[in-house]
Design a protein around this ligand. Structure first.
Ligand code: FES
Length: 133
């Protein structure tokens, strides 16, 4: 069980991004988003194509739905399901959280906390150097 953030911070900031070692031993980005008075966590990747929801600017959301930046499908922030656009009929893989007195913990046996932010955020500037070549 790893302490992540607070419910208040997720609601104030709009979302929270962290990286965890996922079920296949590879790093996975996870988003924590507001759901009603609480929060829910989902993998930071659209079910349609390999598109991140939070690309470093926070999760784009409207009226309790997560917006895929690539084709605009909307996912329910509480249920993770999508009934529209390219991703219609799919559901995001959930990541289990627990809330205690406003603090948010990662309690999913399949995910081991690595660090805050995206996968590349702890590797320094050199990790992006190849992108410009
Ligand atoms: S990549 Fe998300 S709807 Fe197409």
């Amino acid at each position: 069980m790893h302490q992540l953030t607070s419910v208040e911070r997720v609601h104030d900031d709009g979302s929270y991004l962290f990286t965890a070692e996922g079920p296949h031993g590879a790093p996975e980005e996870v988003i924590v988003v507001p759901c009603g008075e609480g929060v829910e966590a989902w993998r930071n990747r659209c079910t349609h194509e390999d598109q991140r929801f939070d690309t470093g600017q926070g999760v784009p959301m409207r009226d309790g739905e997560i917006i895929c930046p690539r084709h605009g499908s909307l996912f329910d922030a509480c249920e993770g399901d999508c009934d529209n656009g390219e991703a219609a009929g799919t559901t995001l893989p959930a990541v289990d959280l627990a809330e205690r007195h406003g603090t948010v913990f990662l309690v999913d046996d399949d995910y081991e906390f690595a660090h805050e932010g995206g996968i590349d955020d702890d590797e320094g500037p050199s990790s992006t150097s190849h992108l410009g070549l």
